[in-house]
Design a protein around this ligand. Structure first.
Ligand SMILES: [Ca+2]
Ligand SMILES: [Ca+2]
Length: 282
């Protein structure tokens, strides 16, 4: 796995653009200092995760539970596999037979996706991979510092404007969410993990493509009292932090494809638009 070495330093953490959702806790802006670390230049791929599973026999939580969460346009299963559809977010299906090898359901596969990010992995699954790899998940502060690529206060890893020379530099949603995607960025679901231009630290696709698990518990109030040096998140919680947004982000529903955006889910949840990358010594 290619590593980006992130120098020790300081930055202003949080939403400097006023784009954040008030309930997410992207503010107050606050200074943060971090020690040097290395971070996977791209998110962990299906090939990377397969190496871990081949060596350890690990079974992901979706495989144990027998189902996982699939975006409706990516569904590839039998009608009887659809176990549920949350009324508030009916574009998500609970799908029997969906797991990291079958991200859209039992009739999907990762045969042509070895260089795409692994998805349908829970925070607990990510911990197991990290233990095998001798790594750990980034803290939320490390993730944001790496995502910023040395650009102070910018909205995106490459600057403040979404398009770069009139072209898409990340994989989100174009069109009418959640029914019609005109694929201006090239992808309905995941893009290869090394696609688009990396940021100033050589880090690919923190923003867009897939949500990435961080080590921390999630607390929208945390920035009000977090320590300046190496904040590691609240001591307790029910949900773990997710960062960076995904191929499903669209301003009409979710503008969280930004450096400072925060989301969360329970540590045993897995989705077709979430994975992770790891950090370690510089
Ligand atoms: Ca897309
Ligand atoms: Ca991402």
């Amino acid at each position: 796995m290619d590593q980006a070495v992130i120098p020790a330093g300081s930055f202003v953490m949080g939403d400097a653009s006023g784009d954040g959702n008030p309930g997410d806790g992207e503010t107050p802006l606050h200074p943060v200092r971090v020690a040097a670390f290395s971070i996977d230049a791209h998110s962990v791929t299906n090939a990377d995760f397969a190496a871990f599973v081949d060596e350890t026999g690990y079974r992901t939580e979706s495989e144990v539970f027998g189902y996982s969460a699939v975006f409706h346009l990516a569904f590839a299963g039998d009608d009887a596999d659809v176990l549920g559809r949350p009324p508030q977010t009916p574009w998500w299906l609970g799908v029997g037979g969906a797991d990291w090898r079958h991200p859209g359901g039992r009739h999907s596969s990762i045969d042509d996706l070895s260089d795409h990010p692994v998805v349908q992995v829970s925070w607990n699954d990510a911990q197991a991979y990290c233990a095998w790899a001798g790594r750990r998940l980034p803290t939320e502060a490390e993730w944001e510092y790496a995502s910023r690529g040395g650009l102070d206060g910018a909205r995106y890893p490459w600057g403040d404007d979404l398009l770069v020379d009139d072209a898409w530099n990340c994989n989100i949603w174009q069109g009418v969410f959640p029914t019609s995607n005109d694929l201006a960025d090239g992808y309905l679901t995941t893009a290869p993990a090394r696609h688009y231009a990396p940021n100033g630290y050589g880090v690919f696709q923190t923003v867009g493509n897939i949500w990435e698990w961080c080590q921390d518990w999630y607390d929208p109030q945390y920035y009000r009292h977090s320590p300046e040096f190496a904040p590691a998140g609240p001591e307790h919680g029910q949900q773990r932090v997710l960062r960076g947004g995904s191929f499903l982000c669209h301003d009409s529903y979710c503008n969280r494809y930004r450096n400072s955006a925060r989301s969360q889910n329970t540590p045993d949840s897995a989705m077709s638009n979430a994975g992770f990358r790891t950090v370690g010594a510089p």
